[in-house]
Design a protein around this ligand. Sequence first.
Ligand code: B3K
Ligand code: ZN
Length: 849
Amino acid sequence: MTQAQAKYLKDYQAPPFTIETIDLDVNLDGKNTLVKAVSKVKRTSNHANPLVLDGESLTLVSVVIDGQAAVYHESEGHLTIATGLDEFELSIITQLDPEANSSLEGLYMSDGAYCTQCEAEGFRRITYFLDRPDVLAKYTVRIEADKLAFPFLLSNGNLIDKGELDGGRHYVRWQDPFPKPAYLFALVAGDFDLLQDEFITRSHRKVVLQVFVDKGNLHKAHHAMASLKKSMAWDESRFDLEYDLDIYMIVAVDFFNMGAMENKGLNIFNTKYVLADTLTATDDDYHGIESVVGHEYFHNWTGNRVTCRDWFQLSLKEGLTVFRDQEFSSDLDSRAVNRIHAIKVIKNQQFAEDSGPMSHPIRPESVIEMNNFYTVTVYNKGAEVIRMMHTLLGETHFQAGMKLYFKRHDGQAVTCDDFVAAMEDASGIDLTQFRFWYSQAGTPMVTASDSFDAASGRYQLTLKQTLAGCLSPLHIPFSLELLDEKGLSLVNQVLNFIEAEQVFTFEGLNHKPVASLLQDFSAPVKLHYPFEVDQLVHLMRFASSEVARWEASVTLVSQAIWQNVEHLQQHQTMTLDERVKDSFKGALLDEKLDQALKAEILAIPSASALVEQTDTVDLDALALAREFVLTELAAYCEDELTALYRSLVNLDCTKARALKNQCLNWLSRVSSDAETFVVEQFEKANNMTDSLGALSAANTGSLTCRDHLMAQFETRWRDTPLVMDKWFMLQATHDSDDVIDKLRQLQQHSSFSMGNPNRVRSLIGSFAAGNIYQFHRIDGQGYEFLTECLINLNQLNPQVAARMVTPLIQFSKFDETRQSKIKACLTRLLDLPGLSKDLFEKVSKALAQ
Ligand code: B3K
Ligand code: ZN
């Protein structure tokens, strides 16, 4: 295979040709599907180069220019057409086999329906085209197919024609009035149940809303529909943005590489983010649906109306749209809990990416396979960067910046810098230094130290920032609260931390205050400050910000775990400070504390989250220390946990369920009542949150009832794929020594399919990413199992394979023995004949580390 080549941001050049309109005629006929694409092509400048189009896995039938057979050359990935014309009509016919397309990119089949996925570079698997986001064309699409099997034929924009044809076939024509890049093209053909509703926009236009789901699932589409209506209303009220077409369609398919896709007017969704009823979906699933429906809807402005100039600018649309969906969720529900979830993604996953071989700035500078850059860095750190601008500018200036951005760039393909410039120009705030956040990879480290002079009442906080390879310091909004000894707030402000080292002075204090540092995680940095137990206990009780109180609890328990890791390494007995125990008991008993926040405090950091807090990890000691601290806390609080659990059992509300299930999880470690609680909860459950909460507790506590309950669950749900995903996930995350044998057996389960990314993620992905002790078994069996799966997936679905390799390439913190076993597996992958460029990019970078 030819070695995959990287592309560089610095090499960007405007397109030498452009395509302003395209007429697509898609004749859906299984293996013999034909696509005729008629484009109006224009030379954009004075040059004599041929037209070079992108294309992959296509069978070319014909190429015609202005009615004449064209002179062309087909090579790997390209079609080069010789022409001296400045403007011409190009007509290309290609033949596709969607049934054989297991990569789920381009045109493929999901459970008998045709559908497409074109972002980032899937359109080139449909026809030869200028498949780059800065070529914006108006699309007209004719679809023809068998009427009985495919009664619904959908594409972007508005339906302008339809009719019957001979042989039981029918056709439709769709026209999208908005010019768009090829990655936003979509087509669906199938037989679905349809949920229909409408939304009246604030300028009184009626928009038809449609959600298409597999037959028999109509009752599970209502939450997605409600979420869509909320999103439309929210974008009007918070961002002053209104929908622009007369119809908005969502189609749910079970075979899908990611969560969802924002194609103009025709979103295609993973069923996981559409289908829900209380029996089959958890409260978290409901929340996930609302947030993903919102995210895709918000892309209509941030992504579709204003799109990216090139793929290096992906964060322009993704960081901004994640920020918008986070704000949507926070405006609708608990802001603190939403913020905590976002912080966890950064600390547990993004920091890991930053310290691994795939570390990249939110605006990457070189890319081999674009699909590898839909990352937590581009998305979630990207959203943090937008959030920091929001913090620096404030809501009013930020919204003025958004207005200016749309005024300048509606209908254009632009850069991250254009966005920052709009924010800067609308607010008058200089963001020159802030721009380094776009170009610097890695996690900045902030070290804080402080001193108090009792005589003068002066408190000084010194902040130092370091970031490997960063010559100039970053502009860090550093949010700070100072509390007095009674817990009263003395100072609450955002510091502009702009120098490598900066001292902030506060006068007139009577005692040394307790500092709540980097409140609400005001910047995506690692903070180092030698917190004492008493300070953390104080913050847990008194910090004004709920997020800061949660953060203090995480630091408190993490410090206790790390201390015990040291004890173990020095062959000392493990201990747990009474103050730590009391502060957790205090939180449990605190009636003023929001139940959802309490549940977050009880969700002790996972082992993987703890790994992210250090540079090297002794995994075996970490496992013992974490289990020790958790068990000690649970034993100390057993009575309170039991009482709290009992008080919540019959409450029908999300927060109460979250807290109840956390209590159960703790009790499963220590309580003799745990079996009874779990079995009763499982048997009485009238919703999936309770069933799954019981099963998870049985799983973590390895309770006697576990196998029996798992079997019951399987019998009940074996025909409901999304629920079986939960069962596969529980199997895969069971910390038991025979789990790998079990996983091998489960790959033969009738509900499992290696071709379906949802199944693969729940069985194999959650093992590698969520069963850290078994995945990192010292005998290397975990690595070998994943490697075998990846070898299989490399051919079937390279994108999913490359997603799942992540835990294998983030090995730098582990010991020599584990590292050498991992490297042996990576070498085996690198030597694989026909290795996809998706896997090649990640594996080669990991081995080069
Ligand atoms: N834009 C899509 C992701 C496309 C991923 C391509 N590998 C979904 C989203 O972020 O909304
Ligand atoms: Zn997105």
